[in-house]
Design a binder for this molecule. Structure first.
Ligand code: GDP
Length: 301
């Protein structure tokens, strides 16, 4: 698993870890080097606030450890990054809810539907019974895509439409059916139109109200999907969604090939929202639970 992760994060590591190793190689670590490292962190899509925090702590470190060498400095940098990501390393725990309900949100194109397929597959492998609901009624292809993914991963059912084709009503039916069938996990897809974001948020709120009507403790997880390639703009996406509906977990997709994996550190630092999973490819098994140590090791070396 770790090797697969390391391979996926190659481009981020090239931009981040490899360049930092070059900067500190055979050097005495001083404020000039520290400035160069700061630039490198910024170039690697870690935003100014988070970068500043890391650099300030490293500045303290070198002032107290005047004879720090390349290796001890590298370890100190690793520790600073770990401090940030271990706080949000809290895996999703499926409580015995029957159904445990995951509401998936995120703007179009981030990989939401693909991630639902991956999650269904992941939990099927853990012998959970899974049902999907197509709450995205704007994109005709979304329901078809979900049906294919549901079949492939062995879901009990995929609820795609009823007489109304209103998303909240489809979700209402899905929750009821999942309860009757005593399904372990229900994953709900939602629309992600950004151009009309007020309406989309109202629709999400309506879906949540409908779910809560049937189970006051649900949704048990409201999971925001982010595309690693959009870089710093993802901080705005988290803020936008979190202000409208409370986000309880994040999936960052497309880390494979992206050079912007550093963004994950900014997200972790800005919001204390757990990063549950990361997407590292287009296949159904290209999803990994987020592990802070492995992630830092893979981007830093
Ligand atoms: P949605 O509009 O958010 O539902 O996005 P889709 O699930 O349709 O995905 C959009 C595109 O992103 C598709 O081509 C997916 O194959 C691709 N995709 C999703 N997740 C990943 C990932 O982790 N890595 C890569 N490389 N591609 C991904």
């Amino acid at each position: 698993l770790f090797n697969r992760l390391k391979q996926s994060l190659l481009n981020t590591r090239k931009k981040l870890g490899d360049n930092i190793i070059e900067l500190i190689r055979n050097k005495r670590i001083d404020t000039v080097i520290l400035d160069k490292i700061k630039n490198q962190l910024l170039i690697a899509d870690i935003n100014i606030h988070t970068t500043q925090k890391i650099i300030n702590n490293l500045r303290n470190y070198i002032s107290f450890n005047t004879n720090c060498n390349e290796q001890s400095f590298h370890d100190a940098l690793r520790n600073e990054m770990l401090k940030i990501v271990t706080l949000i390393d809290r895996p999703l725990f499926l409580q015995e809810k029957k159904p445990f309900i995951i509401l998936m949100v995120g703007v179009n194109g981030v990989g939401k539907t693909t991630t639902i397929g991956k999650l269904a597959h992941y939990y099927r492998l853990k012998n959970k019974t899974v049902m999907l609901a197509a709450g995205d009624t704007c994109r005709a292809a979304a329901a078809d895509q979900l049906e294919i993914l549901g079949k492939r991963s062995g879901c009990i059912a995929v609820i795609t439409k009823n007489t109304t084709s209103d998303s909240a009503s489809i979700v209402f039916d899905a929750v009821k059916i999942a309860k009757i069938k005593s399904v372990d996990l229900l994953i709900i897809d939602t629309a992600g139109r950004l151009q009309n974001k007020i309406y989309a948020m109202e629709e999400l709120k309506k879906i949540i109200r409908v779910i809560t009507k049937i189970d006051a403790t649900a949704p048990h997880e409201t999971m925001l999907v982010l595309d690693a390639n959009i870089g710093q703009n993802s901080v705005n996406q988290v803020r936008m969604f979190n202000e409208a509906i409370k986000i309880t977990g994040i999936v960052m997709t497309k880390l494979d090939g992206s050079a912007k994996g550093g963004t994950l550190l900014s997200i972790a630092d800005h919001f204390s929202i757990p990063i549950r999973y990361i997407g590292i490819g287009q296949n159904i098994d290209d999803l990994q639970p987020f592990k802070s140590h492995n992630f830092v090791e893979a981007i830093l070396k």
